[in-house]
Design a protein around this ligand. Sequence first.
Ligand code: PMM
Length: 290
Amino acid sequence: MSNPLPFPPPAGLPRLDRCAVMGVVNVTPDSFSDGGLWHDPARAIAHGLALRAKGADLVDVGGESTRPGAQRVTEQEELGRVLPVVRELADAGVVVSIDTMRASVAEQAVAAGARLVNDVSGGLADPAMASVIADTGVPFVVMHWRGQSADMDSQAVYGDVVTDVVAELTARMRALLEAGVKEEQLILDPGLGFAKTAEHNWALLGRLAALTELGRPVLVAASRKRFLGTLLANPETRELRPARQRDDATAAVSVLSAQAGAWAVRVHDVAGTADAVRVVAAWQRAARLG
Ligand code: PMM
């Protein structure tokens, strides 16, 4: 079957005929959407296997919460959280992504079997990240980022958010290439919710083509984020829709992202999105044949 996506899959990852589904395993006590649920390694491993069974093509393992206002954990703490989970899942044949801003964690996770590094800082938080990515040769998610979570809300100031994010991601790509990373390794991510208001997030989604046109695979990670809670707030009380009741909206974003040419979507509730991306692929196939 021909690949309808406008780019080959990132280096070393399976080729799919549809948008890929990245399931999330946060091995943290405090992530906004599922904090504490998978903090214990055995439970995190079981959860990763369950996500694969539900249709995740990749499983993203993270040991540090990046919710707005979050404080950093130590390197030892992060390594202790993620390495056993990465190792077990990789040994079980799961395609594992490591969600980290630390070069040392990325390096050890890749040695333990991770096949992709997902860095929400796009290599900005740790100057050693670029050389680890260049040396390991694994795909690297370059997310748009302006600073650590503790004070990122104050940095949500843009002229035109789409133009600014494209310019800042382009500068990041250039710096990574200069540091020896290959273009085939790069995956782009608009960084929804990171130094961005709800309006900024919607602008980036509505004009996703500005990112896909940069010629690299694009990852969209809207799952359960606050802007969906705001959209679906109780009209009377203005209370935000709780994080775990944002999965239908997340699946809708997955459909539209897939339709807009995203390479992958990163989600907590894999089942709904796994179905959704298959519907989009079937629809697009039929449209091509018609
Ligand atoms: N968001 C979170 C964590 N990791 N990775 C990428 N590439 N893009 C994101 O937008 C992103 C991420 C925060 O969400 P979580 O706490 O639910 O994992």
